[in-house]
Design a protein around this ligand. Sequence first.
Ligand code: PEP
Length: 263
Amino acid sequence: LVSRENNAERSLVTVRGVPIGPGYTTVIAGPCAVETPEQTLQAARMAADAGASLLRGGAYKPRTSPYAFQGLGEAGLKVLSDVRDETGLPVVTEVVDAADVELVASYADMLQIGTRNMQNFALLQAAGEAGKPVLLKRGMNATIEEWLMAAEYIAQRGNLDIVLCERGIRTFEKATRNTLDISAVPVAQDLSHLPVIVDPSHSGGKRSLVLPLSRAALAVGADGVIVDVHPRPETALCDGPQALVESDLAELRDAAQTHAALL
Ligand code: PEP
Protein backbone atom coordinates (compact mmCIF):
# COMPACT_ATOMS: atom_id res chain seq x y z
CA LEU A 1 0.00 0.00 0.00
CA VAL A 2 2.82 2.43 0.76
CA SER A 3 5.06 1.18 -2.05
CA ARG A 4 5.71 3.30 -5.09
CA GLU A 5 5.23 0.27 -7.32
CA ASN A 6 1.48 0.71 -7.41
CA ASN A 7 1.45 4.48 -6.78
CA ALA A 8 4.02 6.12 -9.03
CA GLU A 9 3.03 9.65 -7.95
CA ARG A 10 4.36 10.86 -4.61
CA SER A 11 1.54 11.60 -2.14
CA LEU A 12 0.61 14.82 -0.43
CA VAL A 13 -0.63 14.53 3.16
CA THR A 14 -2.72 17.38 4.55
CA VAL A 15 -2.85 18.10 8.27
CA ARG A 16 -5.78 20.41 9.01
CA GLY A 17 -5.14 22.18 5.71
CA VAL A 18 -1.32 22.18 5.99
CA PRO A 19 0.33 20.23 3.13
CA ILE A 20 3.33 17.91 3.54
CA GLY A 21 4.77 16.38 0.39
CA PRO A 22 5.93 17.21 -3.12
CA GLY A 23 6.07 20.92 -3.90
CA TYR A 24 6.20 21.97 -0.23
CA THR A 25 8.84 22.48 2.45
CA THR A 26 6.99 22.02 5.72
CA VAL A 27 8.51 23.06 9.03
CA ILE A 28 7.12 21.52 12.21
CA ALA A 29 8.48 23.04 15.42
CA GLY A 30 7.73 23.24 19.11
CA PRO A 31 8.91 22.10 22.49
CA CYS A 32 10.15 18.57 23.01
CA ALA A 33 7.73 18.32 25.94
CA VAL A 34 4.74 20.37 27.00
CA GLU A 35 5.74 21.71 30.44
CA THR A 36 3.44 24.65 31.17
CA PRO A 37 0.86 26.65 29.19
CA GLU A 38 3.22 29.68 29.11
CA GLN A 39 6.24 27.67 27.92
CA THR A 40 4.15 25.98 25.21
CA LEU A 41 2.66 29.25 23.97
CA GLN A 42 6.09 30.90 23.89
CA ALA A 43 7.52 27.91 22.04
CA ALA A 44 4.61 28.01 19.56
CA ARG A 45 5.35 31.69 18.85
CA MET A 46 9.00 30.76 18.32
CA ALA A 47 7.85 27.97 15.98
CA ALA A 48 5.86 30.47 13.91
CA ASP A 49 8.92 32.76 13.77
CA ALA A 50 10.93 29.80 12.46
CA GLY A 51 8.43 29.47 9.60
CA ALA A 52 6.62 26.48 11.09
CA SER A 53 3.09 25.75 9.96
CA LEU A 54 2.58 22.91 12.47
CA LEU A 55 3.25 22.78 16.22
CA ARG A 56 4.95 19.77 17.80
CA GLY A 57 4.99 19.01 21.53
CA GLY A 58 5.00 15.87 23.63
CA ALA A 59 2.38 15.23 26.30
CA TYR A 60 3.40 11.57 26.64
CA LYS A 61 7.18 11.25 26.70
CA PRO A 62 8.78 7.84 26.13
CA ARG A 63 11.92 8.39 28.24
CA THR A 64 14.83 6.01 28.54
CA SER A 65 14.84 6.46 32.32
CA PRO A 66 11.62 5.85 34.27
CA TYR A 67 12.77 8.62 36.64
CA ALA A 68 12.83 11.27 33.87
CA PHE A 69 9.85 13.58 33.23
CA GLN A 70 7.18 11.47 31.55
CA GLY A 71 4.97 14.29 30.25
CA LEU A 72 1.75 15.86 31.49
CA GLY A 73 -0.57 13.37 29.79
CA GLU A 74 -4.08 14.63 29.08
CA ALA A 75 -3.35 17.97 30.80
CA GLY A 76 -0.60 18.46 28.20
CA LEU A 77 -2.99 17.65 25.36
CA LYS A 78 -5.35 20.35 26.67
CA VAL A 79 -2.48 22.85 26.71
CA LEU A 80 -1.66 21.97 23.09
CA SER A 81 -5.23 22.42 21.98
CA ASP A 82 -5.48 25.78 23.78
CA VAL A 83 -2.25 26.90 22.11
CA ARG A 84 -3.64 25.81 18.74
CA ASP A 85 -6.69 27.99 19.38
CA GLU A 86 -4.46 30.91 20.29
CA THR A 87 -1.93 30.61 17.42
CA GLY A 88 -3.81 28.73 14.68
CA LEU A 89 -1.01 26.14 14.46
CA PRO A 90 -2.32 22.56 14.08
CA VAL A 91 -0.86 20.11 16.61
CA VAL A 92 1.39 17.07 16.11
CA THR A 93 1.84 15.01 19.28
CA GLU A 94 3.09 11.56 20.22
CA VAL A 95 0.97 8.66 21.35
CA VAL A 96 2.80 5.83 23.10
CA ASP A 97 0.02 3.39 23.97
CA ALA A 98 -2.72 1.89 21.81
CA ALA A 99 -5.17 2.47 24.67
CA ASP A 100 -4.58 6.25 24.44
CA VAL A 101 -4.99 6.64 20.68
CA GLU A 102 -8.62 7.72 20.80
CA LEU A 103 -7.94 10.27 23.54
CA VAL A 104 -4.86 11.72 21.83
CA ALA A 105 -6.69 11.84 18.49
CA SER A 106 -9.49 13.83 20.10
CA TYR A 107 -7.00 16.68 20.75
CA ALA A 108 -4.32 16.25 18.06
CA ASP A 109 -4.35 17.02 14.35
CA MET A 110 -1.61 14.48 13.64
CA LEU A 111 -0.49 11.47 15.70
CA GLN A 112 3.22 10.90 16.13
CA ILE A 113 4.61 7.38 16.58
CA GLY A 114 8.08 7.64 18.10
CA THR A 115 11.25 5.74 17.31
CA ARG A 116 10.83 3.35 20.26
CA ASN A 117 7.35 2.36 19.12
CA MET A 118 7.94 1.95 15.40
CA GLN A 119 7.31 -1.77 15.72
CA ASN A 120 4.54 -1.58 18.32
CA PHE A 121 2.11 -3.19 15.93
CA ALA A 122 -1.00 -2.79 18.09
CA LEU A 123 -0.24 0.94 18.36
CA LEU A 124 0.31 1.22 14.60
CA GLN A 125 -3.00 -0.50 13.91
CA ALA A 126 -4.86 1.68 16.40
CA ALA A 127 -3.31 4.79 14.86
CA GLY A 128 -4.41 3.54 11.46
CA GLU A 129 -8.00 3.53 12.67
CA ALA A 130 -7.97 6.92 14.41
CA GLY A 131 -8.94 9.05 11.42
CA LYS A 132 -5.96 11.39 11.79
CA PRO A 133 -2.73 11.66 9.75
CA VAL A 134 0.23 9.82 11.30
CA LEU A 135 3.88 10.89 11.57
CA LEU A 136 5.87 7.66 11.70
CA LYS A 137 9.40 8.00 12.99
CA ARG A 138 12.00 5.47 11.93
CA GLY A 139 13.04 3.07 14.66
CA MET A 140 16.60 3.85 15.72
CA ASN A 141 17.50 0.20 15.03
CA ALA A 142 15.24 -0.31 12.03
CA THR A 143 16.13 -0.83 8.40
CA ILE A 144 14.30 1.24 5.81
CA GLU A 145 12.39 -1.88 4.79
CA GLU A 146 11.21 -2.45 8.39
CA TRP A 147 10.16 1.21 8.58
CA LEU A 148 8.09 0.88 5.42
CA MET A 149 6.52 -2.33 6.73
CA ALA A 150 5.57 -0.44 9.90
CA ALA A 151 3.87 2.15 7.68
CA GLU A 152 2.10 -0.73 5.96
CA TYR A 153 0.48 -1.71 9.30
CA ILE A 154 -1.07 1.77 9.50
CA ALA A 155 -2.08 1.80 5.85
CA GLN A 156 -3.72 -1.63 6.13
CA ARG A 157 -6.23 -0.12 8.55
CA GLY A 158 -7.39 2.28 5.86
CA ASN A 159 -5.18 5.27 6.64
CA LEU A 160 -2.78 6.37 3.91
CA ASP A 161 -2.18 9.79 5.44
CA ILE A 162 1.26 8.81 6.70
CA VAL A 163 4.42 10.92 6.78
CA LEU A 164 7.74 9.13 7.31
CA CYS A 165 10.33 10.79 9.55
CA GLU A 166 14.03 9.89 9.54
CA ARG A 167 15.39 10.66 13.03
CA GLY A 168 18.76 8.98 13.16
CA ILE A 169 19.92 5.43 13.72
CA ARG A 170 22.25 3.73 16.18
CA THR A 171 25.80 3.36 14.97
CA PHE A 172 29.24 3.10 16.61
CA GLU A 173 29.58 6.91 16.44
CA LYS A 174 29.27 8.67 19.80
CA ALA A 175 29.76 12.29 18.70
CA THR A 176 26.05 12.59 17.94
CA ARG A 177 23.15 11.00 19.82
CA ASN A 178 22.22 9.02 16.73
CA THR A 179 23.56 9.09 13.19
CA LEU A 180 21.26 10.93 10.83
CA ASP A 181 20.86 8.58 7.88
CA ILE A 182 20.58 11.23 5.22
CA SER A 183 20.47 8.65 2.44
CA ALA A 184 17.27 7.28 3.95
CA VAL A 185 15.42 10.31 2.52
CA PRO A 186 15.93 9.63 -1.20
CA VAL A 187 15.86 5.86 -0.63
CA ALA A 188 12.50 5.98 1.16
CA GLN A 189 11.12 8.42 -1.42
CA ASP A 190 12.19 6.06 -4.15
CA LEU A 191 10.57 3.02 -2.53
CA SER A 192 7.45 4.69 -1.16
CA HIS A 193 5.05 7.38 -2.35
CA LEU A 194 4.75 8.76 1.21
CA PRO A 195 6.27 12.14 2.15
CA VAL A 196 9.55 11.96 4.09
CA ILE A 197 10.70 14.55 6.63
CA VAL A 198 13.73 14.69 8.94
CA ASP A 199 14.17 15.31 12.68
CA PRO A 200 17.62 16.90 13.08
CA SER A 201 17.00 17.61 16.80
CA HIS A 202 16.56 14.05 18.08
CA SER A 203 19.20 12.63 15.73
CA GLY A 204 21.97 15.12 16.49
CA GLY A 205 21.01 15.79 20.10
CA LYS A 206 22.88 19.13 19.97
CA ARG A 207 21.67 22.63 19.10
CA SER A 208 24.75 23.36 16.97
CA LEU A 209 23.88 20.47 14.64
CA VAL A 210 20.23 21.32 14.03
CA LEU A 211 20.67 23.99 11.35
CA PRO A 212 23.38 22.16 9.36
CA LEU A 213 21.40 18.91 9.47
CA SER A 214 18.20 20.74 8.47
CA ARG A 215 19.97 22.18 5.43
CA ALA A 216 21.35 18.76 4.57
CA ALA A 217 17.89 17.21 4.87
CA LEU A 218 16.34 19.78 2.55
CA ALA A 219 19.24 19.49 0.10
CA VAL A 220 18.62 15.74 -0.34
CA GLY A 221 14.94 16.37 -0.96
CA ALA A 222 13.21 15.98 2.41
CA ASP A 223 9.65 17.30 2.36
CA GLY A 224 10.26 19.14 5.62
CA VAL A 225 11.87 19.11 9.03
CA ILE A 226 10.61 18.74 12.59
CA VAL A 227 12.66 20.63 15.19
CA ASP A 228 12.63 21.36 18.90
CA VAL A 229 12.47 24.96 20.13
CA HIS A 230 12.36 26.17 23.74
CA PRO A 231 12.16 29.67 25.25
CA ARG A 232 14.59 28.69 28.08
CA PRO A 233 16.38 25.45 27.16
CA GLU A 234 18.48 25.55 30.34
CA THR A 235 15.29 24.89 32.33
CA ALA A 236 13.78 22.35 29.90
CA LEU A 237 12.45 19.13 31.43
CA CYS A 238 13.37 17.20 28.29
CA ASP A 239 16.18 17.51 25.71
CA GLY A 240 17.09 21.18 26.39
CA PRO A 241 20.56 20.91 24.75
CA GLN A 242 19.05 20.28 21.32
CA ALA A 243 16.36 22.99 21.40
CA LEU A 244 16.78 25.95 19.07
CA VAL A 245 16.67 29.37 20.72
CA GLU A 246 15.31 32.73 19.56
CA SER A 247 18.51 33.68 17.72
CA ASP A 248 18.41 30.48 15.57
CA LEU A 249 14.89 30.92 14.24
CA ALA A 250 15.44 33.34 11.36
CA GLU A 251 18.17 31.09 9.97
CA LEU A 252 15.89 28.06 9.93
CA ARG A 253 13.07 30.08 8.34
CA ASP A 254 15.44 31.42 5.66
CA ALA A 255 16.81 27.94 4.91
CA ALA A 256 13.29 26.54 4.48
CA GLN A 257 12.11 29.49 2.39
CA THR A 258 15.18 29.37 0.15
CA HIS A 259 14.61 25.68 -0.40
CA ALA A 260 10.88 26.13 -1.02
CA ALA A 261 11.63 28.75 -3.68
CA LEU A 262 13.65 26.14 -5.62
CA LEU A 263 10.79 23.61 -5.77
C1 PEP B 1 10.09 13.32 19.99
O1 PEP B 1 9.99 13.73 18.82
O2 PEP B 1 9.60 13.91 20.95
C2 PEP B 1 10.83 12.07 20.25
C3 PEP B 1 10.86 11.51 21.46
O3 PEP B 1 11.47 11.61 19.16
P1 PEP B 1 12.06 10.14 18.88
O4 PEP B 1 10.91 9.20 19.02
O5 PEP B 1 12.55 10.27 17.47
O6 PEP B 1 13.17 9.91 19.84
